[in-house]
Every structure is written in structure tokens, then in C-alpha cells.
Write a protein that binds this ligand. Structure first.
Ligand SMILES: [Cu+2]
Length: 477
């Protein structure tokens, strides 16, 4: 296995600085790509792959301070304004194991309130847990404490600002990062348990002048799509080597439809949940918030492009874009003996129909003036929209009556998709994010286990969430 050391990225910094220089006084006229983004791409492609710095738990505890600061991203001694954790487009990757505790102090040096959501974690939503109703004011420090249970599923999760009304500009400016709960590789066949684990966080940036766009974000505008903040980096792999990729879309608004040229992606996890049934995918759609864990096998030789296909979201259209080059270190003619891939990681655990105690329908809609609704209501933090009982299972019909797609996401508890567009869906695991296509009901079942209290579900296009497409769940005993 490779195990090559991965350095802290400094490339993005240089990229952005060059973008700033290239962007000065240069304005528009191009219909493909804003000039700054184009300049960034031209100067940045082909860099070595790198991951964000890792912050790992020690003796069962991950204790650290996380600064949110709009002095932004330090670039070779120069700052580009953004809204960033620890001075980078992506916050550090938090690495823990089941049973660990995350003790994170958020130090808000922004000039706006903020907070943190821990996306996908099955933890308490109240007090100083995964509580998105609290607001950390400018100049304040707030200590989050999250107890991750011994039996928490391993996989890919993420953290980001959930400050309602400004979550889009905060995440777009930088306020998001990856969380890895270790242990997924332990569920693989014995000869794959030492597999190289690689984080590939997808995030875009629209750099205008000397700052990341904040006030006039247009999710359909040309944007620089990065992997770990790098433009088209090169990731090396040995012939026949299997790597475990943690794919995560941690951006604010845009979608990806990823593929690896010439091969399939072996999906072993989705949204931080190991698969009951491993499946090969030719491509994977990742709306904002979505994660997949996939196995990738190194080709005999040559390069393979990891790219996003053109994707039409209904309102926005994202052009086909190369994201990363996977480079085989093998000489031409190298023969490869690929290891046996798994067919299942954990036993199937569907939620049976006879366990369902309540059925509800939620309709997602929008009007012509950028207002978004759940059951005809805009979000109100002081209103409770649904009160499930702790320990019960419910079946929800999610109905999208708008003309564009919305990725549904619910906090705290995962769900099983049981049908899409009236056709039964043979789930291969549970998930926490699912795209709602226009005029296609998605039916899910979920159990409200372990944690009473208030949390939310919402569309994970953060512009839509900020503009109303969110509702309050209160789990009661
Ligand atoms: Cu939406």
C-alpha cells in the first residue's frame, strides 16, 4: 500500500493569490468561467494531492479550539477574505473512533454570529451537543461536547456553519470541514484492512478580486471546483492497489456527478453508513451534504480522470469538469492481481412496515421570489412542525412540487429509502441525505432513537435553507 505522507496544502493559497492578481481589473465578457476562476484553474492544475491537516483524538478525546475568522485564507503572507476555520478553505479533518468524545471550542472572530452542525452524527441535539438553535456571537467562545457512542457507524461526516439566514455565505466562504469516524476499513476483507484511506472533499470557490464572493453568490455562476481546496491535483496509486476514498460534498450549493474514467466505483458506504450490500456504480450524484465511501483499484498504468459529469439540477446546470487525476505508478505492461472486493460490510437492517407508528407527508415548494417552503411554511425556529415519539419509527412521504431538485437532509437519525417515484427502492443501507426530484415522491422510514429534543430537517442547498426550506422536529418522550 502507498501510505505516502500527505502534506498540508499550501497550493490553494498560491492558487488564490494568483487568482487575485489575475483578477485585478479583469471583468467579465467570457461566457465560460469567470476570469478569476479560469486563471486559478490555469495556474493550479497538476499539483500534488494533499489533504487538509488532521486533528486526531488522543486517549478517546479530541480536544481543540477551532477559530472562525473572516481575515480568511492566508496566501503566502497575503490574506484573501473568506470566512474560514483555522485560516483555510477547508477546516481540519477531525478523526475519531466510536466511543470517543469531541470537545471543540468554537472561537468566533467573525463579525457575524455562527454555530456548528455535525452533519450525519447520531449524537444529542440539545445543550452543547449538535444544537443548531444556539448562536455563537462575534467575539464569543463556545464549547461543544459530543459523545460518540461505542456502536456509532464508521465513515465520512462533516461539520459546517448552520447559522440560519447566512449559512450559505458562511459555508461558501470556507466554514466547513470533514469528520472521519475510523473503523470502516476494519469491516473489509482481511487483506484490505490496511488499505490507504483518502479524503476527497469537494468544495467550490468563486473568487472575485481579493475575496471569496459573499453577498452575490450565484450557484449557477462559473466556479472553481476543488478537491481538498486543490484544482485538479494528481493522486498516485500503485497498480492493483486498493484505496478507500472518503468522498464528501462539503460546499454550500452545487452538485457533483462523479465518475472515474475507465472503471466503476465500488460503494462500501453512504453518508457514513457501511453498506448492507456493496454495489458498483458508474457514477455517483453528490448534492451538497452527500458522502460516499468507495473502493478504487489502481490501473496497470497511466492516468485516469476523476471528474464530474454535466449535471442539470433543474434550475442550475453544472458543466462537466475534471476534478483530479489518478496516476498509476506502474510501468506499461505491469500485470495486476486485484484483491477480492467485499460484497457486504454489515448485516441488512431494514425498518419493517409493522414498526411504523405514524405516516406523514412533507411538501417542498418555492415561489418566484426566492422563498422556499415545507408544507407551505417558511422556517420558524420558534415553531415545532412535527413531534415524533422517542423510540418509534415513522414513514414520511417527501414531495417536491417545484421544478428543481432539493436534497433532503435530517439531523441526528438516518433513514431508509423505501420508494422513489412510486417504485419500491431496494435500499443497500441507510443514509441521511437524499435528492428529491420534481414530481417524484420519496418515501423514507426512520427511527427516532436515543435522543429527545429539537433538531431540523431541510433542503441542503443552503440558499434554499436560508430562505425558508427547513422545519423543526421535536422528539418527545
Ligand atoms: Cu432546495
Amino acid at each position: 500500500m502507498g501510505g505516502a505522507a500527505r502534506r498540508v496544502p499550501t497550493v490553494l493559497a498560491a492558487v488564490l493569490l494568483l487568482g487575485v492578481l489575475a483578477g485585478c481589473g479583469d471583468d467579465g465578457g467570457e461566457d465560460e468561467g469567470n476570469p478569476d476562476a479560469a486563471a486559478l484553474r490555469a495556474t493550479a492544475t497538476g499539483e500534488d494531492f494533499a489533504e487538509p491537516p488532521r486533528t486526531e483524538a488522543v486517549d478517546g478525546r479530541l480536544q481543540f479550539d477551532l477559530t472562525a475568522d473572516d481575515r480568511g485564507i492566508t496566501v503566502a503572507g497575503t490574506d484573501v477574505d473568506g470566512r474560514a476555520y483555522a485560516g483555510a478553505l477547508l477546516g481540519p479533518t477531525l478523526v475519531v473512533r466510536p466511543g470517543d468524545t469531541i470537545d471543540l471550542t468554537l472561537d468566533n472572530r467573525l463579525d457575524a454570529p455562527t454555530n456548528i452542525h455535525f452533519h450525519g452524527l447520531h449524537v444529542s441535539p440539545v445543550d452543547n451537543g449538535d444544537n443548531i438553535f444556539l448562536s455563537v456571537e462575534p467575539g464569543e467562545r463556545f464549547g461543544y461536547s459530543l459523545a460518540i457512542s461505542d456502536d456509532h457507524p464508521p465513515g465520512t461526516f462533516w461539520y459546517h456553519s448552520h447559522a440560519h439566514g447566512i449559512s450559505e455565505e458562511q459555508v461558501f466562504g470556507g466554514l466547513s470541514g470533514v469528520i472521519v469516524i475510523e473503523g470502516l476499513a476494519d469491516l473489509l476483507p482481511a487483506d484490505l484492512r490496511d488499505v490507504d484511506r483518502v479524503v476527497l472533499a469537494l468544495k467550490d470557490a468563486q473568487v472575485t478580486g481579493d475575496q471569496i464572493e459573499a453577498t452575490e453568490i450565484d450557484s449557477n455562476a462559473p466556479t472553481l471546483r476543488t478537491v481538498n481546496g486543490l484544482s485538479e491535483p494528481v493522486l498516485e496509486i500503485a497498480p492493483g492497489e486498493v484505496q478507500l476514498w472518503h468522498l464528501a460534498n462539503i460546499g454550500a450549493d452545487i452538485w457533483y456527478d462523479v465518475e472515474l474514467a475507465g472503471t466503476t466505483l465500488t460503494v462500501v458506504g453512504e453518508d457514513g453508513n457501511p453498506k448492507w450490500r456493496v454495489e458498483d456504480a458508474e457514477h455517483l450524484v453528490l448534492p451538497p451534504g452527500k458522502r460516499y465511501e468507495v473502493l478504487v483499484t489502481g490501473p496497470e498504468s497511466g492516468d485516469a480522470a476523476f471528474r464530474s459529469r454535466r449535471y442539470e439540477q433543474g434550475d442550475d446546470t453544472y458543466p462537466a469538469t475534471d476534478l483530479l487525476t489518478l496516476r498509476s505508478t506502474g510501468a506499461s505492461g505491469t500485470s495486476v492481481v486485484a484483491p477480492t472486493l467485499p460484497t457486504s460490510l454489515i448485516p441488512e437492517a431494514t425498518i419493517p412496515e409493522d414498526e411504523v407508528v405514524e405516516r406523514r407527508t412533507f411538501t417542498f415548494s418555492e415561489d418566484e421570489s426566492n422563498h422556499f417552503f415545507v408544507n407551505d411554511k417558511e422556517f420558524d425556529a420558534d415553531r415545532v412542525d412535527v413531534r415524533p415519539r422517542l423510540g418509534t419509527a415513522e414513514e414520511w412521504t417527501l414531495r417536491n412540487t417545484s421544478d428543481e431538485q432539493h436534497p433532503f437532509h435530517i439531523h441526528v437519525n438516518d433513514f431508509q429509502v423505501v420508494s422513489i417515484g412510486g417504485r419500491p427502492y431496494d435500499a443497500s443501507g441507510v443514509q441521511d441525505t437524499v435528492p428529491l426530484l420534481p414530481d417524484q415522491d420519496v418515501v423514507i422510514r426512520t427511527r427516532f432513537t436515543d435522543f429527545p429534543g429539537k433538531f431540523v430537517f431541510h433542503c441542503h442547498i443552503l440558499n434554499h435553507e436560508d430562505n425558508g426550506m427547513m422545519a423543526v422536529v421535536e422528539v418527545v418522550e
